[in-house]
Design a protein around this ligand. Structure first.
Ligand code: C2E
Ligand code: CA
Ligand code: CA
Ligand code: CA
Length: 270
């Protein structure tokens, strides 16, 4: 027979070729983008579940690439590329400087804090914690205003080194947050193994609970365990009043999501 069973439809191949081309193009442009500082930092409020009207005291910093031709490129399109190329190291430092620049503006109250996403690739850098602490102190900002968000990942399998890094962060005064809880496999064991201060329950988990009641039982158990471990619980991706009511019932401490605010430029807040 002349059939070619393994051949995929042409449109499918086109899509792969196109994606690969975009990937290569972005990878090629990244070093220049870093040099020209073509990035913008957006900030999304994280607020207490029971005090939605209070002035905002905490934000998560979220990067975008302001490409001169392609326009705004979201982080999901370039962070992974930057991790593979190693450019994430330079980008990571740009983010820290930018957060400090924003926090040190005179109109910003001293109790305002920011969470920064850290890539597991950055863990491998020597003196990472000391370098970050030094930058933050050089702006006259207290490290207790900064939370480091870490996604559970393969990097965390390197138990001993990661644990050392965690205690260094704590010794310098930072807080540590486990990002994207509920998307991995061994979330609960990470929670018991590593000393986090905060856990962020992922949007996908919140979304699932409204479809499947089983998720809600798990979520309530997780919140209770987290509280027993003295962790602060943040629920991510809250878009509706219904979701807000649900996570309030779980007694989640804080929420983040479009219901409160989309990520915005710092200048829109201060
Ligand atoms: P993440 O850390 O889980 O950040 C939360 C993401 O959810 C953000 O997407 C945010 O805009 C989005 N989000 C927040 N509330 C809602 C909501 O109510 N509905 C919906 N649909 N989405 C919501 P964003 O900004 O596109 O960032 C995507 C990911 O890129 C982040 O996920 C984080 O993993 C990574 N990222 C962002 N900034 C940085 C950075 O400076 N460094 C590193 N290494 N990674 C970053
Ligand atoms: Ca995050
Ligand atoms: Ca997250
Ligand atoms: Ca995420």
């Amino acid at each position: 027979a002349k059939s070619t069973p393994s051949r995929k439809p042409v449109g499918y191949q086109d899509a792969i070729v196109q994606e690969l081309r975009l990937h290569l193009e972005l990878a090629h442009c990244l070093p220049r983008a870093i040099e020209l500082q073509e990035f913008a930092l957006y900030f999304q409020p994280i607020v207490n579940t029971t005090e939605l009207d209070e002035p905002i005291q905490h934000y998560e910093a979220l990067i975008r690439w302001d490409h001169p031709i392609k326009g705004v490129i979201p982080p999901d399109h370039f962070i992974e590329i930057a991790e593979k190329s190693g450019d994430i190291i330079a980008i990571g430092y740009w983010v820290i400087h930018e957060v400090c620049r924003c926090l040190s503006q005179p109109s910003v109250p001293q109790n305002v804090g920011v969470s920064i996403n850290l890539s597991p690739v950055q863990f491998k850098e020597e003196m990472l914690v000391q370098n970050i602490a030094k930058i933050i102190k050089s702006y006259g900002i207290s490290t207790n205003r900064i939370t480091i968000e870490i996604t559970e990942s393969s990097a965390m399998q390197d138990n001993q080194l990661t644990k050392e890094m965690f205690s260094e962060f704590h010794a310098e005064g930072f807080k540590l947050s486990m990002d994207d809880f509920g998307t991995g496999y061994s979330s609960l064991s990470y929670l018991l193994n590593f000393h986090f201060d905060i856990i962020k329950i992922d949007k996908s988990f919140i979304d699932n609970t409204l479809v499947d009641v089983q998720y809600e039982i798990i979520a309530q158990t997780v919140v209770k365990l987290a509280h027993d471990l003295k962790l602060t619980v943040i629920c991510e991706g809250i878009e509706t009043d219904e979701q807000y009511k649900m996570v309030s019932d779980w007694q989640a401490d804080m929420i983040q999501g479009y219901l409160i605010s989309r990520p915005k430029l710092w200048s829109e807040f201060y």
